[in-house]
Design a protein around this ligand. Structure first.
Ligand SMILES: NC(=O)c1ccc[n+]([C@@H]2O[C@H](COP(=O)([O-])OP(=O)(O)OC[C@H]3O[C@@H](n4cnc5c(N)ncnc54)[C@H](OP(=O)(O)O)[C@@H]3O)[C@@H](O)[C@H]2O)c1
Length: 282
C-alpha cells in the first residue's frame, strides 16, 4: 500500500460486503480511504496505515456525519462512495409504513445526507473532472420483483438522484451509478433480521409459502449467480479511477440478463415470469 496518498475517498458501510471489499480495492488503486461504519468495532480488523482512517458514521444522523466532516477536512477528500444500505423484504400489503420509511431513511435520505455533507469538501479539493461520487444502487433500481417493492422503491430513488446529480455536477465532479445483481454479502442475512415479525404477520396468508419460496429462491440465486464482493469492488474501483468513468456500472450476469430481458420482452411477459418464479401464479 502507498504512503501518504494525495487523494482520499469516503466509503459508507464498510463493516462487511461490498463496502469492506471497496476499502481494499481503493487502497490498491492508490487512494487514501476513510472507512466508515455505524459501529467502530466492526472496523477493528482493518489494518492501521498511512492510507486509511477508520471512523464511526451513521448515515441516519446529521451529527454523526458532520462530525466526520469536521474531523477529516484536513485530508484531501475528492471522492465519496455511498454504499451503506439494507433490504426490506416483504409483501407491500404486510409491510408497515414505518418499515417503508426506515428503508427510505437509510437507502435514500442517508445517501443524500452524506452526499450533501461531503460535497463542499470535494468541490474545494478536486481539480476539474477529478471528483467522484458513487451511488451503490441495484439491478432492482431498474426492475421490480414481488416482495422486493420497498427495497426497489429505494433503489429507483437512488438511480434518479444519481442521474440528476450527474447533470448538476458535470463536468467537475463525475457521478457513477453502480447497479449490482446478486453479490455474496450480509445483505440477505440482514434482511431476515430487519423484517422482525414479518413471518408471523404473513402466517396463514397466501404469502406464507411465497415468503419461504422467496428465501429458498434467494439462496439458490446467491449460490448460482452471486458475485464475489472483491471482484465487484475491483470493477467499481476501476470505474472510479478511469479518466472518463462510465455513467453506470452493472455487476454480475444476472444484472445484465435481467436488464436486457426487460428491454426485449413486453412488461406483461416480465410480470408473468416474475410471478411464476415467486410462486404468485401457477
Ligand atoms: N449484495 C447484493 O446482492 C447487492 C445487490 C445490489 C445492491 N447492493 C447494495 O450494496 C450496498 C452494500 O450492501 P452489501 O451487499 O455489501 O450488504 P452488507 O454486507 O449487509 O453491507 C451493508 C453495509 O451497510 C451498512 N449500513 C446499514 N445501515 C447503515 C446506516 N444507517 N449507517 C451506516 N451504515 C449502514 C451496514 O452496516 P452495519 O454492519 O452497521 O449494519 C453494512 O456495513 C447496499 O447499498 C446494497 O443495497 C447489494
Amino acid at each position: 500500500m502507498q504512503n501518504q496518498p494525495t487523494k482520499w475517498i469516503v466509503i459508507t458501510g464498510c463493516s462487511s460486503g461490498i463496502g469492506r471489499s471497496l476499502v481494499w480495492a481503493m487502497r490498491r488503486q492508490g487512494w487514501g480511504v476513510i472507512a466508515t461504519a455505524r459501529r467502530l468495532e466492526s472496523l477493528i480488523d482493518l489494518p492501521d496505515g498511512e492510507d486509511i482512517v477508520r471512523v464511526a458514521l451513521d448515515v441516519l444522523s446529521d451529527e454523526s456525519v458532520s462530525l466526520v466532516v469536521q474531523q477529516y477536512q484536513h485530508l484531501r477528500i475528492v471522492g465519496l462512495i455511498n454504499n451503506a444500505g439494507y433490504g426490506q423484504v416483504g409483501p407491500l400489503e404486510y409491510i408497515t409504513t414505518q418499515e417503508l420509511r426506515n428503508q427510505m431513511e437509510t437507502n435514500v435520505m442517508g445517501l443524500h445526507r452524506v452526499t450533501n455533507y461531503f460535497l463542499p469538501l470535494i468541490r474545494r479539493n478536486a481539480h476539474p473532472g477529478e471528483g467522484r461520487i458513487v451511488h451503490i444502487a441495484s439491478m432492482l433500481g431498474r426492475v421490480s420483483i414481488p416482495l422486493g417493492g420497498a427495497y426497489s422503491a429505494s433503489k429507483y430513488a437512488v438511480v434518479s438522484l444519481g442521474e440528476a446529480l450527474r447533470m448538476e455536477l458535470a463536468p467537475d465532479i463525475k457521478v457513477i451509478l453502480v447497479e449490482p445483481g446478486a453479490v455474496r454479502t450480509e445483505l440477505r442475512n440482514t434482511a431476515t433480521k430487519v423484517w422482525g415479525d414479518l413471518p408471523r404477520r404473513v402466517k396463514g396468508t397466501r404469502y406464507e409459502a411465497i415468503l419461504n419460496r422467496y428465501l429458498s429462491f434467494g439462496k439458490e440465486v446467491s449460490q448460482r449467480w452471486a458475485r464475489d464482493p472483491d471482484r465487484s469492488a475491483e470493477k467499481i474501483a476501476k470505474a472510479i479511477n478511469s479518466i472518463h468513468p462510465p455513467r453506470r456500472v452493472l455487476i454480475g450476469p444476472d444484472a445484465h440478463i435481467v436488464l436486457i430481458l426487460k428491454k426485449l420482452i413486453p412488461m406483461s411477459w416480465y410480470e408473468a415470469l416474475a410471478q411464476k418464479i415467486y410462486g404468485l401464479k401457477h
